[in-house]
Design a protein around this ligand. Structure first.
Ligand code: KG4
Ligand code: ZN
Length: 354
């Protein structure tokens, strides 16, 4: 008898010609335990058990606590996603799971569950790259979107520009040399006394702020497409600490607005330059920071002036969810990717092209 992987790879090959593929996807790379069921590019269910309230009191995600909570939630989240989708588990075509990048212990929970689930049901398993999942969220919103395009990826762990030349092909053109943009939003929010996750709070506060705080412009390589957020983040923290030491009042809204402007402008400038240099006519934004209203508006405006169209997912699909993982699994099937084996392991850091 042939091995599980051989039989499942043959099943995946059969699925390649089918459009209404039913995928059950699991995501547990950080602090959301998520499961979704999709048919083609249509979301049948998208369940997210967020741990934000648990990690809030620590000012950020505590990896060990995240892993334990994934263990407690995953079974219920998968049952709920199946029930809401109306699909019987035996009618799923394929199981997909995020295997990297992310917190190792957190990823392991999803990977272990997905392996057992797929094996028990005799279904193929696909190992999905979290960042490619963020990019693929855009196909759920825009089923007619087609590569090639330039992608600006901005999440809590990544900041990069990539050239996407196929459904499963992405090549990094530049990335952050230190902190990710979302991480800088979270740290700045923390020094201003705002709750985790800081991105949405900074955006809200910035609405009533002015660009009055003098801050450095992050790394502005004329030739590279790399980013750096550590200097900007430290400058904001120093500004706030110095004012406090002197007993001076700071205007938190002005700090939020000045930081957001610097953090976002550099991303939109680099993305536009990379798109023009590579002859791309589309810019796609992906990742949690893609939820930022100022980023969406300014990217759209700058790109439009250059004759480039901008795409971004609806708010609900910007931050971590499993529907985006299912969407990338669909891309992988269409691209002829092989089935993951029962030896699949979680990996803390993988390149965008993986
Ligand atoms: O992609 P994501 O959900 O998780 C990772 O894969 O890292 O991104 C989470 C990040 C957090 O840093 C959060 O503060 C940021 O996305 N974020 C935002 C906004 N909403 C979420 N940053 C700026 N503005 C927002 N509206
Ligand atoms: Zn993410």
């Amino acid at each position: 008898m042939s091995s599980y992987t051989e039989r499942m790879s043959a099943k995946l090959e059969e699925l390649r010609g089918k459009d209404d593929i039913v995928i059950l996807a699991i995501e547990s790379s950080c602090d959301e335990t998520a499961c979704a069921v999709t048919r083609g590019r249509r979301i049948l269910s998208n369940v997210i058990a967020s741990q934000i309230d648990i990690h809030k009191r620590f000012g950020g995600v505590v990896p060990e606590i995240a892993s334990r909570n994934h263990v407690m939630s995953i079974s219920g989240v998968v049952s709920e996603a199946l029930a809401k989708s109306g699909v019987d588990k035996h009618d799923i075509d394929c199981v997909a799971v995020t295997y990297g990048s992310g917190l190792l212990g957190a990823l392991l929970v999803g990977v272990s569950f997905a392996k057992a689930f797929a094996y028990a049901l005799d279904k193929p398993l696909l190992a999905v790259n979290h960042i490619k999942g963020h990019i693929a969220a855009n196909y759920l919103a825009f089923p007619d979107l087609e590569p090639p395009y330039l992608c600006l990826i901005a999440s809590g762990g990544h900041t990069a520009v990539a050239k996407v030349s196929g459904l499963d092909e992405a090549e990094t053109l530049g990335s952050t040399q230190d902190d990710a943009c979302g991480e800088a939003f979270d740290k700045v929010a923390r020094v201003l006394g705002l709750e985790y996750p800081g991105g949405p709070q900074i955006q809200k506060l910035a609405e009533s702020g002015r660009n009055t705080v003098p801050l450095p412009t992050p790394l502005k390589g004329e030739t590279s497409y790399d980013f750096s957020y550590s200097g900007l983040k430290t400058a904001v923290i120093n500004y706030v600490h110095t004012a406090r030491q002197k007993g001076e009042e700071i205007c938190a809204a002005d700090v939020a607005k000045s930081f957001q402007t610097k953090a976002v402008d550099i991303m939109t400038d680099v993305a536009l330059r990379a798109a023009i240099d590579t002859g791309m006519k589309k810019i796609v934004i992906a990742g949690g920071v893609a939820a930022n209203a100022y980023l969406r508006e300014s990217m759209e405006k700058k790109a439009r002036e250059a004759g480039i169209k901008t795409y971004y997912p609806p708010l609900s699909l910007c931050t971590d969810n499993a529907a985006m993982i299912a969407s990338q699994a669909y891309n992988m099937i269409k691209s002829g990717r092989a089935c993951a084996g029962t030896d699949l392991d979680a990996v803390a850091s993988i390149p965008i092209r993986a």
